[in-house]
Design a protein around this ligand. Structure first.
Ligand code: HEC
Length: 140
């Protein structure tokens, strides 16, 4: 990683520890990377607005899973819906793929982006937290 990237990552981690549930500015490196990743990987299903598409995939806007427990949403993104959804029957026609091919920094960035953007400023997630959750969930 170039030095500037390392410095940015450090600032992000410090902010994640210190800033709690407050809103990160759009210029924050995790938010910028998160927006890129969301646009490339999630937008096609969950839409730019986070509003989802009726019957196909849920809205992320206003979702208690997005804004709730960090480990739950990180596990969900790593493992996808087949692995993680409750057995109570499928509410949506689409299936969400696993995103365990993304690295810890990228998962942290996209989860932080959706929590901040669609989750009313829910707390950012650090790459270290993603790494620990990945290990605990038996994911790659
Ligand atoms: C192929 C379409 C598709 C893509 C791409 C996709 N998702 Fe999903 N997502 C779904 C579906 C379908 C569900 C609901 C699955 C269910 O509950 O059975 C879902 C559910 C979710 C949930 C849980 C919402 C709730 O309230 O239960 C989160 C969080 C989420 N997706 C985040 C993401 C993120 C972040 C990305 C990109 C890294 C992403 N999704 C990419 C289809 C997709």
């Amino acid at each position: 990683m170039p030095r500037s990237g390392l410095a940015a990552a450090l600032v992000t981690m410090l902010c994640a520890a210190a800033c709690g549930g407050s809103r990160l500015p759009p210029s924050d490196p995790q938010m910028k990377r998160g927006l890129e990743l969301y646009s490339d990987n999630c937008l096609v299903c969950h839409q730019a607005s986070g509003g989802g598409v009726a019957d196909l995939q849920p809205a992320l806007m206003g979702s208690s899973k997005v804004a709730g427990d960090q480990a739950t949403v990180v596990r969900w993104v790593l493992l996808g819906s087949e692995a993680e959804q409750a057995v109570a029957g499928r509410r949506y026609q689409n299936v969400m793929p696993a995103f365990d091919h993304l690295g810890d920094e990228d998962v942290a960035a996209v989860v932080t982006y959706v929590r901040q953007t669609f989750g009313n400023g829910a707390s950012p997630v650090t790459p270290a937290f993603v790494a620990a959750t990945r290990k605990a969930s038996g994911s790659r």
